[in-house]
Design a protein around this ligand. Structure first.
Ligand SMILES: Cc1cc2nc3c(=O)[nH]c(=O)nc-3n(C[C@H](O)[C@H](O)[C@H](O)COP(=O)(O)OP(=O)(O)OC[C@H]3O[C@@H](n4cnc5c(N)ncnc54)[C@H](O)[C@@H]3O)c2cc1C
Length: 503
């Protein structure tokens, strides 16, 4: 190709309030949050990030960061300062110098899956929602339908490039790898679950399977499935009694306790349970599996059979098989609500085992009560390969859970914010009533997931446990994250409602 025909990267594009583009750049996926920065800087290279961050710090301006804009709490949405928009840094390529795939933070998961699949027939066990950005997703841990089989995304993180700010206010790019002798190894470690917006601006991630050495890129990440079997099992809510509902939910917990050991036959597939409020009409089990796995369909049926046992309400089932990419990269797959107006509140928890009898009864009350009609509970299968990694090997501390729970409300009208947020808070508080309203690590619960952030965990009104929010998210890894913060962001330039505190 003629060099002059290559379109150079633009930027930084600096967009202030008088610019017609400004309003289009103030929101992410959750419309509850609207940024009001002095300017938005859309950047397309590491050098530009260094320049913009250095300039902002010199002027005493706060910098917030957004990549895919799929953060639930809108931590990019500050008043004043500079909003750094990395959504146009989307390159996904093979980097022979590091024998790893380089991925820029603005790439959406759908884009990553498409490029890795089409180029090399490989993949990573990332999230189901194709519009989520890599920027926040990787830093927070990242998991998805392939995680029970392959582990968390960060188990594949080889290196990260971060623009950090020294104590003297100078911005510079640092590359940190998982190599044992890398002097910046702790910075890599902090990006294996420490969460976005804490240490600097990630401008590139590199991924490669742990322990693999090969000159062939097609061998450096797990092979992608070619065909994907997706199965659903559905019950009508209206036919559920308290006994049938709690039997179903108890069965879900028991099934995951028994079938989530690394390498277990059922750890080869994803499995989840969706319960809307009763007014939502249906209760749903979903499971997905690589159709090349022997007896793939039978495995999913066995899961449905076990969870249905004793429920006493008839369910309907379907299984479809499609080319994998059709599901993995389907536009907007997994995004809830109506794209241009949706308002979301999420609260989350890890489960080491199924809910207690008291929790089952509480969930029934909240999902069938006259209030809280937007409340929903989603239980997502975890464990399997994820649980082969020690809790301190990465910043993702929860390594013996079998489920993630997401308590979520989605609506469209700003006037309803207070009602839906309050109802969801009450739901969560009551489920965790035995431990101060939050999932304190213990026999059943194991804290929460920083990629489903919830500022209520730092609010004594909703967290009466006496256990700090940081322990709920990071457990024993928090002090080390604080040390990394001290070393790489001593001026606390990068901060938000749940950011790592200086020691
Ligand atoms: C609909 C939906 C579905 C989801 N599904 C899954 C799922 O299946 N699995 C899963 O693990 N998670 C899932 N998530 C959670 C998702 O992983 C997190 O919200 C993630 O942080 C989003 O990253 P982002 O770049 O899109 O968001 P952003 O809002 O851009 O960023 C989120 C956070 O990361 C920071 N950040 C972003 N980019 C950078 C960067 N380059 N450098 C430093 N900090 C940065 C931001 O400041 C912010 O604090 C889902 C979220 C949504 C909304």
């Amino acid at each position: 190709m003629n060099e002059s025909a290559i379109i150079p990267r633009f930027g930084p594009a600096t967009i202030t309030a008088d610019d017609p583009r400004y309003e289009s750049l103030l929101r992410g996926t959750n419309h509850r949050f609207v940024a009001k920065p002095d300017r938005v800087c859309v950047v397309t290279s590491t050098e530009q990030v260094v320049t913009v961050v250095g300039d902002a710090v010199a002027r005493g301006l706060r910098v917030t960061v957004r990549s895919g804009g799929h953060g639930f709490e809108g931590f990019f949405a500050a008043e004043g300062g500079v909003l750094l928009d990395l959504s146009e840094m989307t390159d996904v390529s093979f980097d022979p110098s590091r024998a790893a795939f380089a991925i820029e933070p603005g790439a959406t998961l759908g884009h990553v899956y498409r490029v890795l699949f089409k180029g090399w027939n490989v993949t990573i066990p990332g999230g189901e929602c194709t519009e989520v950005g890599v920027g926040g997703h990787f830093a927070g841990g990242g998991y998805g339908p392939l995680s029970r089989r392959l582990g968390a995304v960060v188990d594949y993180l080889y290196a990260v490039e971060v623009v950090v700010v020294d104590a003297d206010g100078v911005a510079r790019a640092v590359v940190a790898t998982r190599e044992p002798d890398d002097p910046h190894r702790d910075l890599w470690w902090a990006h294996t679950g420490g969460g976005g917006g804490n240490f600097g601006v990630v401008t590139r991630y590199w991924v490669r399977s742990p322990g693999v050495t090969s000159a062939d890129p097609a061998e450096l990440l797990p092979k992608a499935p070619s065909r994907w079997r997706v199965a659903f099992c559905m019950w009508p809510w209206e036919s559920m009694t308290e006994e049938s509902f709690t039997t179903l939910l108890r069965n879900v917990g028991t099934w995951f306790e028994r079938n989530s050991a690394p390498g277990a036959p059922h750890a080869q597939h994803s499995a989840s349970f969706y319960a809307s409020h009763r007014s939502g009409g249906a209760l749903l089990l979903q499971a997905m599996i690589d159709d090349e796995i022997p007896d793939a369909g039978a495995l999913l049926d066995a899961y449905f059979d076990a969870v249905s046992e004793g429920v006493g309400v008839e369910s309907s089932r379907t299984q479809v098989v499609r080319p994998w990419l059709y599901f993995a990269a389907y536009p907007n797959w997994g995004d809830p609500g109506t794209q241009d107006i949706r308002r979301i509140k999420i609260k989350a928890a890890y489960l080491r085992k199924g809910y207690t009898e008291r929790q089952l009864a509480t969930i029934w009350q909240h999902l069938t009560g006259e209030h809280g009609v937007q409340n929903q509970l989603i239980l997502i299968g975890y464990g399997g390969q994820v649980n082969t990694v020690p809790p301190d090997a990465t910043a993702t501390a929860q390594r013996d859970s079998v489920l993630k729970a997401a308590y979520m409300a989605v609506w469209g009208d700003e006037a309803e914010d207070h009602t839906h947020i309050t109802r969801l808070r009450e739901f969560y508080r009551d489920v965790y009533a035995d431990t101060g309203g939050v999932p304190v690590p213990g026999e059943v619960s194991d804290g929460s997931y920083i990629n489903y952030p919830d500022v209520d965990l730092a609010d004594p009104t909703w967290n009466a446990s006496g256990v700090p929010w940081s322990t709920l998210y990071y457990k024993d890894n928090y002090p080390r994250l604080q040390q990394v913060k001290q070393r790489y962001d001593p001026g606390d330039e990068f901060r938000h409602g749940l950011s790592i505190e200086l020691p």
